[in-house]
Write a protein that binds this ligand. Structure first.
Ligand code: CP
Length: 313
């Protein structure tokens, strides 16, 4: 599983081929049904997170342990590593990769962090989110979830909703859909202030994907097969709380409620990478179309498959 740097690792969505995705899906299925218990016995994983996480961090840790491997974790590297004393990411990576780890999972607060780490690492780096850049393993579990529900990722009306400018999961998902599953309609629904970046809309255009940008989803709801909701990424507005409050205000009409559900198809699904703040009303959770916790659970099996593929022949 080589990154564009020619070395094993998972840095960005664009590095994957369709064949790799099919292999990951098959291996993920296997991990769900009958995981090989000691497959990664003797392997060691370092988890280095500069930003908070519940799902990515715990699912990677559980994935490694379920496969018999060992894990060391720094879950708040900004405070509990020498980053707090001013050490650069480059030096931290050079140091940690000397401690006989086999793989390093990195969440960084700036775009390009995983690529920089890969440049200075002799072991595979897994990008677990790099600021507003990408979150490729989340997008793979999203694709796996979609495939489980619809069998084929084709002919679907997919609405991505919310803070599309700063949402790294939707950015990675767009790359995957454009490159490998272009025969779907994509609706990019967001307030004007947080529209999807031009790099992504250009990529969609270049791959012939039919997409439309919109500030509202009401007219789309009866046609949508997948409503992929996201939160306003508060941590990207730390220098501009006023702008955050404006975006939050402008996003209120995009909340998913029981009224939203009433306008949607019976076999549609509602996804969310989580964490949720209030952009999906908790009353929606009991509807069978709300599959975000199942989506999060799939992350465990997808990450088991990815670790197995990276660390075995
Ligand atoms: N979806 C996701 O990345 O969640 P966490 O931030 O909890 O890892």
């Amino acid at each position: 599983m080589n990154s564009k740097f020619g070395r094993p690792g998972i840095i960005e969505a664009q590095q994957f081929t369709r064949e790799m995705i099919e292999d990951i899906f098959a291996n993920t299925r296997q991990m769900e049904i009958n995981p090989p218990k000691n497959l990664l016995s003797g392997k060691n994983m370092c988890i280095l997170f500069y930003e908070p996480s519940t799902r990515t961090r715990f699912s990677f840790e559980r994935a490694m342990k379920k496969l018999g491997g060992d894990v060391n974790v720094t879950e708040n590297a900004r405070v509990f590593s020498s980053a707090a004393k001013g050490e650069t990411l480059k030096d931290t990576i050079r140091t940690l990769t000397g401690y006989e780890f086999d793989v390093l999972v990195l969440r960084y607060d700036k775009e390009g962090g995983a690529a920089l780490a890969q440049d200075h690492s002799p072991i595979p780096i897994i990008n677990a989110g790099d600021g507003p850049g990408q979150h490729p393993t989340q997008a793979i579990l999203d694709l796996y979830t979609i495939q489980k529900h619809f069998d084929e990722i084709k002919g679907l009306n997919i609405a991505m909703v919310g803070d599309l400018k700063n949402g790294r999961t939707v950015r990675s998902l767009c790359y995957f859909l454009a490159k490998h599953f272009p025969d779907n309609n994509i609706y990019l629904v967001s307030p004007q202030e947080v529209r999807m970046g031009n790099d992504i809309t250009q990529y969609l255009s270049d791959h012939g994907v039919c997409f439309r940008e919109s500030a509202n989803f009401y007219d789309l709801l009866p046609e949508i097969d997948i409503l992929y909701q996201t939160r306003v990424q508060k941590e990207r507005f730390i220098d501009n709380i006023k702008e955050f409050e404006e975006v939050e205000r402008a996003s209120r009409h995009l909340r998913v409620t029981t009224e939203t559900l009433a306008m949607m198809k019976k076999n549609a699904i509602i996804m969310h990478p989580l964490p949720r703040v209030d952009e999906i009303d908790e009353k929606v959770d009991s509807d069978p179309r709300a599959i975000y916790f199942e989506q999060a659970k799939n992350g465990l099996y997808v990450r088991m498959a990815l670790l197995a593929m990276l660390l075995t022949d």
